[in-house]
Design a protein around this ligand. Structure first.
Ligand code: XIL
Length: 370
C-alpha cells in the first residue's frame, strides 16, 4: 500500500461506518437494563468465529447455558472440571460483561452420587448439606469477584407454591435453600445472589417463592433478586400476568431479572406441561410445521411478541436489572428439543445463519424509541 492509498483509507474509514450497523440490541436498552445471552460450550471455546464481535455489539451480560451446572463442573465426588468455567469468565471479562453464574443448586443436571454415600445409601441431612457447601465453596470460590451474580437455587417450587419434592427437599427440607444462600454469601460477599424459576407469572407459585425469600431476608440471609425465567410462547402467558409478577416481586423488595427469555413459536402438545414426552412427536408435522422455514405470519407474531415483552420490561425498568436471552441463535436453542425432541424452532433474536432478525430489531427499535 502506498502512503497515498493509506491516507485515503484512513480518511474514508471513519465515515464508512454508520450508526445503524454499529448499533446493537443492548444499546436500545442501555439506560434501562443489561441485555444478556446464554452461551454454550462451543461458543465459549469460540468455535463460531464471528461470535466475539457479535456478542460485543449486542450484549453486555453473559449466562452459562450448561457449563456450570453440577454435573458438568463437578461430575464426581473428587473431580471438578473448570475448563468451561475458566473460559467463560475469561470471555465475560474480555467483553466487559455482567457475568452470571448458573446455577449452584438444582434438582436437574445433578448426578445421583450427590445424594448418596459410598455404599449407595441416601445421605443424612447434615452430610448432604455439607456436600452442598463444599460444592458452593469450590465453584463460587474459584470465580470469586469474577462472577457478578449467582443463581444460587433454581426451581425449588411447584406451581401451587409448595416445595418441589426434590432429593434436596426430601433430605434437607427448605433448609437446603437457606444454607445455599448463606454459604454463597460467605464465599463471595460481593456477588449478587438470586433465586431463579419458571412460571413466576403464576400467582400461586410466586406466593410460595416470595414467602420464603422474605423469610430469608428477615433472617438476615442475603438474597438480592428473583429470576423470572421467561420461557414464553407466542400466545401466552399474558402480558398482564407477567406484569403482575414483576410488580409483586419488586414490591416484596427484590430485584427482578428476566433470566432465560425465549419465545416458542411451535405448537405444544396439550399435555406437555410437566409431562415426560417421547420422540414420537418429532416426526409429526402437526408439531413441527416449520422444518423448511418459519411462515411470515409466525415471524411477524414473533416480532410483535418480543416488542410487547420488551415494552413491558421498559415500562418496569426501575424494577428490572437484566433481561437475558436463553441462547444466541435459533440453531442452538434448547427449544429445538423441548418439550418435543428434534424440531425446528425459531425462538431467539438471531437466525440459524447468525443474522439478527431484522423484523424483530425494527420493532424493538420502535418500542425503545430509537
Ligand atoms: C436447559 C439447557 O438450555 C439445555 O441445553 C439442557 O439440555 C437443559 O437445560 N431452566 C433452566 C435452564 O434453568 O438451565 C435450562 O437450560 C432450561 C430451563
Amino acid at each position: 500500500m502506498t502512503k497515498f492509498t493509506l491516507l485515503i483509507v484512513l480518511l474514508i474509514f471513519p465515515f464508512s461506518s454508520n450508526k445503524t450497523t454499529d448499533e446493537g440490541l443492548k444499546d436500545l436498552f442501555e439506560d434501562s437494563f443489561y441485555l444478556g445471552v446464554a452461551v454454550n460450550r462451543q461458543q465459549v471455546a469460540d468455535n463460531e468465529k464471528q461470535l466475539f464481535p457479535l456478542l460485543k455489539t449486542h450484549f453486555n451480560s453473559l449466562s452459562p447455558e450448561n457449563g456450570l451446572k453440577w454435573e458438568k463442573v463437578h461430575p464426581q465426588l473428587d473431580l471438578y472440571d473448570f475448563e468451561f468455567g475458566d473460559a467463560y469468565v475469561g470471555l465475560g471479562e474480555k467483553l466487559g460483561a455482567f457475568t452470571v453464574g448458573h446455577c449452584l443448586v438444582w434438582h436437574q443436571q445433578v448426578p445421583d452420587w450427590v445424594f448418596e454415600d459410598a455404599a449407595g445409601e441416601q445421605l443424612e441431612k447434615s452430610a448432604l448439606l455439607s456436600r452442598m457447601e463444599d460444592h458452593i465453596a469450590k465453584v463460587a470460590g474459584r470465580y470469586k469477584s469474577r462472577i457478578d451474580g449467582w443463581d444460587v437455587v433454581n426451581e425449588a417450587f411447584n406451581e401451587d407454591g409448595s416445595y418441589r419434592e426434590s432429593k434436596w427437599f426430601k433430605i434437607a427440607g427448605k433448609d437446603f435453600i437457606k444454607e445455599a444462600f448463606r454459604k454463597a454469601h460467605e464465599i463471595d460477599p460481593d456477588a449478587e445472589l438470586y433465586y431463579n424459576d419458571y412460571n413466576m407469572w403464576k400467582t400461586s407459585k410466586r406466593a410460595g417463592v416470595l414467602k420464603l425469600a422474605k423469610e430469608m431476608k428477615a433472617e438476615g440471609i442475603r438474597i438480592d433478586g428473583i429470576g423470572m425465567q421467561g420461557h414464553y410462547m407466542l400466545e401466552g402467558p399474558s402480558l398482564a400476568d407477567i406484569e403482575q409478577g414483576i410488580i409483586e416481586i419488586a414490591e416484596a423488595g427484590f430485584t427482578v431479572m428476566i433470566t432465560e427469555l425465549d419465545v416458542d413459536v411451535l405448537p405444544r402438545p396439550s399435555n406437555s406441561e410437566g409431562a415426560d414426552l417421547n420422540m414420537n412427536y418429532a416426526n409429526s408435522p402437526e408439531f413441527n410445521p416449520f422444518v423448511n422455514g418459519i411462515s411470515p405470519e409466525a415471524e411477524e407474531k414473533l416480532a410483535q411478541r418480543y416488542a410487547d415483552l420488551f415494552q413491558l420490561f421498559l415500562k418496569h425498568k426501575d424494577k428490572i436489572s437484566r433481561v437475558t436471552l436463553w441462547g444466541l441463535h435459533d440453531g442452538k436453542s434448547w427449544l429445538n428439543n423441548f418439550p418435543v425432541r428434534g424440531r425446528t424452532n425459531y425462538p431467539l433474536l438471531f437466525d440459524r445463519e447468525l443474522k439478527l432478525k431484522e423484523g424483530v430489531f425494527e420493532k424493538l427499535r420502535e418500542v425503545a424509541g430509537g
